[in-house]
Design a protein around this ligand. Structure first.
Ligand code: ADP
Ligand code: TRP
Length: 330
């Protein structure tokens, strides 16, 4: 049986958004019927951005609850928090020796930060070694398949390289994982209609936010700029509202009809957005109420976290022992 592993960085007080859901969460939830899943909240990763300890704590529990509300089955899936598994960070230290500074310098996360902040002296080493921690997350569990959105593919590639380097040096110890990207949803566009939807860009539609926040984001979607009046003909390809409706499995016939009306200029943007708003709330209705219900039951959540940690530690400790033996540390 294949082992599937993925994680989410709880680096923001804002919850998960539409891009996270279709790019990573939905494929991960679906995988629960196909193999043995290991899913976790990557809170150690969040330390290179989030410096307030209360934020770290609250974001971790919030994202843990949201991912659960999306349909994690804690009976089947090993569901845990990264910081509860000390073997991961130990393994990271060992894996630091399987990758060069030059290779890490080529990572998008690091390069993006360099272009924005433009000063290499001020970038913390945690960001630089982010891919090594991510490799440790993956390799500690002998994972076969890693479902993520497109922006994470470079990290999984470098993880594969590190595992190969390790195995060349010490024998066949680590499993080389496969990257899994669901093509159609690898990069969900933001409400600016251009860039990747991302919490840090503010172009996201947060799934568990108050209804008025969701509505505000939906009503701010950039549409075909050539269309000034609702009676002007528009190009549906220049209106990301239609893409979202498709993702949310809106009736196909109705969608085609709406696109035709859009081309002819017989439907207004506000009307389309209002439909999206209703479809969105309906689609996520059960998950939103599940989160409310779970949030009221902190004891249950903490118990799940403890149980998940126990199961995950059992696996990761075994891998760490193998690795320590291979390199001469035990
Ligand atoms: P963000 O860009 O909002 O900070 P994260 O980096 O926390 O999101 O991503 C968490 C997971 O969701 C990753 O697997 C990532 O690839 C996926 N993901 C994030 N944004 C998108 C998007 N717009 N389209 C597809 N997948 C996405
Ligand atoms: N870097 C991922 C993100 O930003 C989160 C993550 C950490 C992850 N470790 C991982 C994803 C291991 C897959 C496998 O969302």
């Amino acid at each position: 049986m294949k082992r599937i592993l993925s994680g989410i960085n709880p680096s923001s007080t804002k919850g998960l958004h539409l891009g996270n859901y279709f790019g990573m969460i939905k494929p991960a939830i679906d995988f629960q019927n196909e193999g043995e899943c290991f899913y976790f909240i990557a809170n150690v990763h969040s330390l290179n951005l989030v410096f307030d300890p209360n934020d770290v704590k609250n974001n971790t529990m919030n994202i843990f609850t949201e991912f659960l509300a999306f349909g994690i089955d804690p009976q089947k899936t090993v569901y845990y928090v990264e910081s509860d598994i000390p073997s991961i960070t130990y393994l990271q230290t060992i894996l630091n020796n399987t990758v060069t500074v030059a290779e890490l310098s080529r990572m998008h996360g690091f390069k993006d930060k360099l272009t924005k902040d433009a000063d290499i002296q001020s970038i913390n080493a945690g960001l630089f070694s982010y891919p090594v921690l991510m490799a440790a997350d993956i390799l500690a569990f002998d994972a076969d398949v890693i479902p993520v959105g497109e922006d994470q593919s470079q990290h999984v590639e470098i993880c594969r390289e590190m595992a190969r380097t390790f195995n060349n040096r010490y024998g066949d110890v680590l499993k080389i994982p496969e990257l899994f990207i669901k093509k159609q949803v690898a990069r969900v566009k933001g409400i600016d209609g251009e860039r990747k939807m991302s919490k840090s860009l503010g172009n996201d539609i947060p799934i568990f936010a108050e209804e008025n926040v969701i509505k505000k984001q939906i009503m701010s979607i950039k549409t075909d700029p050539a269309r000034i009046h609702p009676t002007d003909p528009g190009d549906p390809n220049k209106n990301v509202t239609f893409d979202y409706l498709e993702l949310l499995e809106y009736d196909k016939e109705k969608l085609i009809e709406m696109k035709e009306r859009y081309k002819k200029g017989t439907i207004g943007d506000v009307e389309i957005k209002q439909i999206l708003y209703e479809v969105f709330l309906e689609y996520f209705k059960d998950m939103r109420s599940k989160k409310d219900e779970l949030s009221k039951n902190q004891d249950y959540i903490l118990e799940l976290r403890r149980k998940g940690a126990k199961r995950a530690n059992d696996v990761a400790e075994k891998t760490l022992q193998k690795v320590k033996l291979a390199v001469g540390l035990s």
